[in-house]
Design a protein around this ligand. Structure first.
Ligand code: SF4
Ligand code: SF4
Length: 131
C-alpha cells in the first residue's frame, strides 16, 4: 500500500466533480487537455472551457463538470488541481481545513485522527514535485 493509499482511497462517488464551478486551469492544464482531446485549441476553448473573470474553468452541464460521466472522462488530461484533490496542502494548516475536506470527500481516511493524518500527508506532499 502506497503512502497515499494509507490516507486516501477514492470511492468514485463523483462529489468532487459536482457543482456549478470547477477548478481553475493554468496554461499547462489547457495544453494537456488539448493534447489529450486531440482537438484544436479554439475548439477545446469553445466546447469545454469558459472564463470566470480572468480565470479559465471547465464548463458545467447539469450541475457537474462537462467531463464528468460516471467518472472523469479525461482522466490523464485533467487539470492538476483535480489530480491533487483531495490531498490539498491546506490540510496541513489546520484541523478545520482537514474536517471540511473530509466532509466533502468520503475517500479521506480520517479515522487515524488529524495529527497522524497530517504527518502522513506532509511526507506525501514533500515527496511530490512542486506545482
Ligand atoms: S469526492 Fe473523494 S472519494 Fe468522491 S470521487 Fe472525489 S476524490 Fe473520490
Ligand atoms: S476534469 Fe475530471 S476530475 Fe476534474 S472536475 Fe472534471 S470530471 Fe472531475
Amino acid at each position: 500500500m502506497s503512502g497515499e493509499q494509507e490516507i486516501f482511497q477514492c470511492r468514485q462517488c463523483g462529489h468532487c466533480c459536482q457543482g456549478e464551478t470547477t477548478v481553475s486551469l493554468n496554461p499547462e492544464d489547457v495544453a494537456r487537455l488539448v493534447a489529450y482531446l486531440h482537438l484544436p485549441l479554439a475548439e477545446v476553448q469553445d466546447k469545454y472551457l469558459r472564463l470566470a473573470g480572468k480565470v479559465v474553468q471547465m464548463k458545467t452541464v447539469d450541475g457537474h463538470c462537462i467531463f464528468y460521466n460516471e467518472g472523469c472522462t479525461v482522466h490523464s488530461g485533467k487539470p492538476w488541481r483535480c489530480s491533487q484533490w483531495p490531498l490539498h496542502p491546506s490540510m496541513l494548516d489546520s484541523q478545520d481545513n482537514f474536517e471540511t475536506i473530509r466532509q466533502s470527500c468520503p475517500g479521506i481516511k480520517g479515522e487515524m485522527g488529524y495529527a497522524e493524518f497530517r504527518a502522513r500527508l506532509a511526507l506525501i506532499l514533500k515527496s511530490q514535485p512542486g506545482k
